[in-house]
Design a protein around this ligand. Structure first.
Ligand SMILES: Cc1cc2nc3c(=O)[nH]c(=O)nc-3n(C[C@H](O)[C@H](O)[C@H](O)COP(=O)(O)O)c2cc1C
Length: 232
C-alpha cells in the first residue's frame, strides 16, 4: 500500500524558510517511497470559523469554502507535515484559522487520530520549537490522540534557511522518519501520556455525558460517530 503524506505550508511566503523546509521533508518522504502532496494554505479560500457548531450536529461545516477539499486530503493521507512560521511566539493566523476550522472534527470525532504528524516552524530568534510542538495537537482529541514523529524548530535570524545544509538535512530526515513510523506502525505509547490519562479519567466522561444530553440536537453527528465507535 502506498503511504500518502501531505505537507501543509501556512507561511504566505512561497519561497520562505518554512516552505523550504517542508519541501525538503516531503522530498525525504518521497525518497522513502511515499506519495507526497504540498498544500500551500494561503492559496485556499478558508474563511473564519463562525462558531455555529453545525459540524457537531451535521458532521459537515456550514461554510461553503475550501475546508471540505482540505479535510478530504487529510482524511486520505497517512501522515501530515504541518508547518508555520513563528509569529508572535505562536503559529501564524493562517495556521490558527485552519486549526480552528478542522479542530472540532478532530476533538470530537477523532478525524486525524490515526495519522502520524511531523511539524515544522521557523523563527527569527525564538519560539519555533514551542510553535512546532503546539501544532502537533492537530491530531489530538478526547477519544483518541494520534502520534507525532518529530518536531523541527529552526531559528535563522534574518538569513534564509536554504543556506544551512544542516537544517535542510534535519527536515529531510524528518520526512523519512515520518514514513518509517507509518510503515512500522510505531506506537509511541508514552507520547502525550499525561493528556491521555486526563482524557481517559476525566474529560471523556464529561464529554460523553454532554453528548448524550444533546444526541438529538446539537451533538447529533458526534453521537452517531461515537455509536459507530462502540462508545454508547
Ligand atoms: C508578524 C511576524 C511575527 C513574527 N514573530 C516572531 C517571533 O515571535 N519570534 C521570532 O523570533 N521571529 C518572529 N518573526 C520572524 C519569522 O518567524 C521568521 O522570519 C520566519 O522564518 C519566517 O518564516 P517564513 O519565511 O516561512 O515566512 C515574525 C515575523 C513576522 C512577519
Amino acid at each position: 500500500m502506498t503511504i500518502k503524506i501531505v505537507g501543509i505550508i501556512s507561511s504566505p511566503r512561497h519561497q520562505g524558510n518554512t516552505a523550504f523546509l517542508v519541501r525538503k521533508a516531503l522530498a525525504g518522504a518521497k525518497n522513502n517511497d511515499a506519495e507526497v502532496e504540498e498544500i500551500f494554505l494561503p492559496e485556499y479560500n478558508l474563511e473564519f470559523c463562525k462558531g455555529c457548531f453545525t459540524c457537531l450536529r451535521e458532521g459537515k461545516c456550514s461554510t461553503a469554502d475550501d475546508l471540505e477539499t482540505l479535510r478530504e486530503k487529510l482524511i486520505l493521507s497517512d501522515g501530515i507535515i504541518v508547518s508555520s512560521p513563528t509569529h508572535g511566539l505562536e503559529p501564524n493566523a493562517i495556521m490558527k484559522n485552519f486549526m480552528d476550522r478542522i479542530g472540532l472534527f478532530s476533538v470530537y470525532t477523532s478525524l486525524l487520530a490515526d495519522k502520524y504528524v511531523a511539524s515544522i516552524s521557523t523563527t527569527g530568534s525564538i519560539g519555533a520549537k514551542k510553535v512546532a510542538k503546539k501544532m502537533t495537537n492537530i491530531n489530538g482529541g478526547f477519544m483518541k490522540t494520534g502520534y507525532f514523529s518529530g518536531i523541527l524548530g529552526i531559528a535563522i535570524d534574518w538569513d534564509h534557511v536554504k543556506n544551512y545544509p544542516e537544517h535542510l538535512d534535519k527536515a529531510y530526515s524528518l520526512g523519512e522518519t515520518l514514513v518509517d513510523d507509518i510503515r512500522n506502525e510505531k506506537k509511541y505509547y508514552t507520547q502525550k501520556l499525561f493528556t491521555k490519562i486526563i482524557n481517559a479519567l476525566i474529560i471523556k466522561k464529561i464529554m460523553k455525558k454532554n453528548i448524550l444530553e444533546h444526541k438529538d440536537d446539537r451533538m447529533k453527528a458526534v453521537y452517531n460517530y461515537l455509536v459507530k465507535e462502540g462508545e454508547f
